[in-house]
Design a protein around this ligand. Structure first.
Ligand code: MRU
Length: 363
């Protein structure tokens, strides 16, 4: 645990925005409530894994890597809370917490990946010893996932920055910055890294209706760094790219399967189609924890959220009749033929994806 904390401290300069962390003094999980950004910066804290599940469900915490990391800490809180004095009862409590955390958001693969990983550690520790070993193991595994995510983001930034030339403009959709991860960001991490290298990069972000991750979170993050940012409505993507106002597209992913089919924020498929129409490169930036080891894109579950997200602006003002029928898928799937390449912490994955994705994952 000490080594991990020391490693984290060495990465501190990359963590200008701290979206979430574990407070080892109070044994609380702490997160920035992204629903309130850009108008208020409020940190919330809890010792209750049920509250972590609620924060993920209500999108106080969102973005696939951030969801995964938080769920890992959720299990750690469940282990610390358990009063069970025998290992089987503790594992039972953990399974109960795992089920609740897994029910929060169905598309983000990092959620299931992190829960599986922490539970595997719990069972490993249980086979070796007692309750304390399981509790410490679960907390350490959650912390390891957190530190690995920060490192993966910085590495993706370093690798992806090679694709950005001085003076270029990146178009992006949804928030993939520090606020979507353990820190630093994926697609926005690439922009951030290029900026730290002294490249004069600028960003065009969509609003990203209905939750406005672009208008609220990207604008807030980029302004804090001093990176120039321009906001467009989602439907302006095609004209923006066709007019050559952006040089490349960088987006993140919630789930990528072995064929290269990529689930990401609703509207990503339209962005990819517009990029193809305008002959602009379309890159997906995601850590290997976002890749599901299946060849079947049909296994991707698309979350559908409340109709009121569409009927209102952020639950505040109605912009239509209160009872209008709504279809509100939160994600769509971009087929591999529209993806130029994937940028992962292990390197850039080019076509043919069905050969190169398994290679980079080592499967
Ligand atoms: O609904 P959200 O805000 O959780 O959706 C987030 C996205 O679609 C992101 O692009 C994706 O999770 C990658 S975040 C690094």
């Amino acid at each position: 645990m000490k080594d991990l904390l020391a490693e984290l401290r060495s990465l501190e300069r990359f963590l200008k925005i701290k979206p979430l962390y574990f407070d080892f003094e109070s044994l609380e999980f702490v997160w920035l409530d992204t629903r309130l950004i850009p108008f208020k910066e409020v940190y919330r804290r809890t010792r209750d894994y049920r509250r972590v599940a609620e924060a993920i469900r209500s999108m106080e915490i969102r973005g696939a890597p951030a969801i995964g990391v938080s769920a890992g800490f959720g299990l750690a809180l469940a282990a610390l809370e358990s009063k069970s004095s025998d290992v089987d009862a503790l594992l039972n409590d953990l399974e109960h917490a795992r089920r609740l955390l897994a029910s929060t958001r169905p598309t983000a693969f990092n959620l299931f990946w992190a829960l599986d990983r922490v539970m595997r550690r719990a069972y490993d520790e249980a086979s070796r010893g007692g309750v304390d070993g399981v509790i410490n193991g679960v907390l350490e595994e959650a912390l390891r996932i957190y530190v690995e995510d920060v490192k993966a983001n910085i590495e993706m930034g370093r690798i992806g920055s090679r694709l950005i030339e001085d003076g270029q403009t990146v178009l992006t959709h949804c928030n993939t910055g520090a606020l979507a991860t353990a820190g630093f960001g994926t697609a926005l991490g690439v922009v951030r890294y290029a900026w730290y290298e002294g490249k004069r990069v600028s960003v065009i972000t969509t609003e990203t209706r209905p939750v406005l991750q672009g208008a609220r979170l990207n604008v807030w993050e980029l302004r804090r760094e001093g990176i120039p940012v321009k906001l467009i409505v989602d439907s302006a993507v095609a004209i923006t790219l066709a007019r050559g106002m952006a040089d490349l597209v960088l987006v993140g992913a919630d789930r990528i399967v072995m064929t290269g089919h990529t689930a990401n924020k609703i509207g990503t498929l339209q962005v990819a189609l517009a990029a193809r129409h305008a002959s602009k490169p379309f890159y997906v930036v995601a850590p290997t924890s976002t890749f599901q080891r299946t060849w079947n894109p049909e296994e991707i579950v698309i979350e559908e959220r409340s109709p009121d997200e569409v009927r209102t602006v952020m639950g505040q003002t109605y912009i239509t009749l209160e009872d209008v029928e709504v279809y509100n898928p939160s994600f769509d799937v971009t087929p591999p033929e529209l993806v130029t390449a994937f940028i992962t912490e292990k390197g850039i994955v080019e076509k043919p994806f069905e050969r190169n994705i398994p290679l980079i994952l080592g499967v």
